[in-house]
Design a protein around this ligand. Structure first.
Ligand code: SF4
Length: 511
């Protein structure tokens, strides 16, 4: 596929009689694509088809194997709100018109991933179709349909009849796909040029049963699904035959009933002399046990990230993160006593019902942790609340930018006084994320204009002005439950009534 050093962990069929050519686009540079599990797995499943030639295309791809004129499908992984900027640039690089109605010829352009699964409306003019939800199987169906249809129009008509596919030209209600995870999904190609060099990444679970009110990873992926233990071990063995670096992925991996067994499996291999580096995505506080920490330390991890989300117990309750201060102190103690050098705490500011007292609680928490854990490195990372479609907080507007900046400065200053470093995401960028997140189709021309004007903060402002868009109506406004929402046509498994109930259960006492 290219000259970079890549180890394939699957058998690639010889492509005989194969004239059907497809590109899978990654809106980022090659090294990031090689650490993107979902993207690589999608490419693998299509590559395994005898009669389809697939080529991976990244933003820094210099030379393609196939000519764009021969490409029949061009798919994109769309995982972050701002990915549209890179996707547009990639389409233009190959001379493909951005708006689907201008593409009478050329490939069918489509996208899948969490952003468009949650709300594809701001991007509906640019893609011929969207895959809504877990795309592993439906991708193959889509490829088959496109391969066996005489022209674009008939392909799109047939695609529109498939569950989990949204074709803007044929609007209808779309049911989000939820895959049963019977096998383990992992990075099927290992590369030393990957962002996580030579790392075998595997998915332990999808979704999260904790249901924090703001969390798309949880609500979009209900119910929590765990990969069977035997499948995990098979995948781990395959990975370790090819590399010594392994990463376990999942929104809440510690909820996997065999999380401790997996740690033990790896720990025993290390004890018997195998050199293994292992990392895990951020852990919940209640997952920090001596055994887990010992495994992480033996596998080379020096620090870890703990998501506490909010400083006060009251606010943690309001967002459904039921965690008391004792549990947090205890986790720090276990981490320190079992060999970690430090912890990074992750939180969010501007959550619904947040007051300054809640922020003061973060400082108090930091003070206490620091006092009782001398020499142990602690730091904080914050982002600001962005309301996400299909979550109980989809009706909640975020705080005004000015207020959030004051809150961010307060935290930074107070933590600095304690000698604790903190990183806070850009409040202004988070604002535009929120606009896109709850945006409707009136934003199609807006996003195009943002791209045309260079995609920086100023471009967002200028585009909003040009089209007279009241962006606050998407970002900061509180919505009533009966407001019609742009993504209402997508059916997710919990359903809107359930989200309303969740919202009331969490927030009613506080609003
Ligand atoms: S624990 Fe983490 S992954 Fe789970 S719902 Fe809460 S924020 Fe989301």
């Amino acid at each position: 596929m290219n000259n970079k050093k890549e180890i394939y962990l699957y058998n690639r069929p010889q492509k005989k009689n194969s004239e059907f050519i497809m590109w899978m686009g990654f809106p980022g540079i090659y090294s990031f694509s090689m650490s993107s599990l979902g993207y690589l797995w999608m490419c693998k499943t299509i590559d395994e088809l005898q009669d389809v030639n697939i080529e991976r295309i990244c933003s820094d791809t210099e030379k393609t194997r196939f000519n764009v004129n021969d490409v029949k499908m061009f798919g994109f992984s769309f995982s972050f709100d701002l990915d549209f900027l890179t996707i547009f640039a990639m389409l233009e690089k190959y001379g493909i018109p951005l708006k689907s109605k201008e593409r009478t010829e050329g490939p069918l352009v489509f996208a899948g991933g969490p952003v468009v699964s949650a709300n594809p409306k701001p991007y509906k003019d640019f893609f011929d179709f969207f895959i809504i939800g877990d795309g592993e199987d439906i991708n193959l169906t889509a490829v088959n349909i496109c391969k066996n249809s005489p022209d674009k129009t008939s392909a799109l008509k047939r695609l529109s009849e498939i569950e989990g596919i949204y074709v803007p030209a044929y609007p209808k209600r779309v049911k989000k796909l939820t895959k049963q995870l019977k096998e383990c999904i992992y990075t099927p190609i290992i590369s030393e040029d990957a962002f996580f060099k030579n790392t075998f990444i595997l998915e332990m679970s999808r979704g999260c049963a904790n249901r924090c009110g703001f969390c798309l990873a949880s609500y979009l992926n209900l119910p929590l699904r765990c990969i069977p233990y035997e499948e995990l071990l098979k995948a781990i063995d395959l990975g370790l035959e090819n590399t010594d670096s392994i990463a376990l992925l999942g929104a809440q991996i510690s909820a996997h009933p065999h999380f401790h067994d997996v740690c033990e499996y790896i720990f025993n291999k290390i004890q018997s002399g195998k050199d293994i580096k292992m990392s895990v995505s951020s852990l919940r506080v209640d997952a920090i046990t001596p055994h887990v920490v010992k495994t992480l330390v033996a596998a080379g991890q020096k620090t870890s990230t703990l998501a506490v989300e909010a400083g006060s117990e009251r606010l943690r309750k309001a967002i459904n993160k039921n965690l008391d201060a004792e549990q947090i102190f205890n986790a720090v103690k276990i981490a320190r006593e079992n060999g970690l050098k430090g912890l990074k705490f992750y939180g969010m500011i501007g959550l619904p019902t947040e007051e300054y007292e809640d922020l003061e609680e973060i400082i108090n928490l930091a003070k206490k942790i620091k006092k009782h854990n001398k020499g142990f490195e602690i730091s904080f990372g914050f982002s600001s609340f962005v309301p996400k479609p299909n979550t109980p907080f989809q009706w909640c507007g975020r705080n005004e930018t000015k207020l959030l900046e004051q809150k961010a400065n307060f935290l930074k200053k107070e933590l600095h006084k304690l000698g604790i470093s903190s990183q806070i995401s850009s409040i202004k960028w988070d604002y535009w994320q929120a606009v896109l997140s709850r945006g409707d189709e009136s934003l199609c021309d807006f996003v195009l204009e943002v791209y045309r004007q260079g995609g920086k903060l100023g471009a967002f402002k200028a585009a909003a002005k040009k089209f007279k868009i009241n962006t606050d109506s998407f970002a900061t406004e509180n919505y009533s439950f009966d407001k019609k929402l742009p993504w209402d046509f997508i059916e997710i498994s919990p359903g809107k009534e359930f989200l309303i109930k969740e919202n009331k259960r969490l927030l009613l006492d506080f609003i």
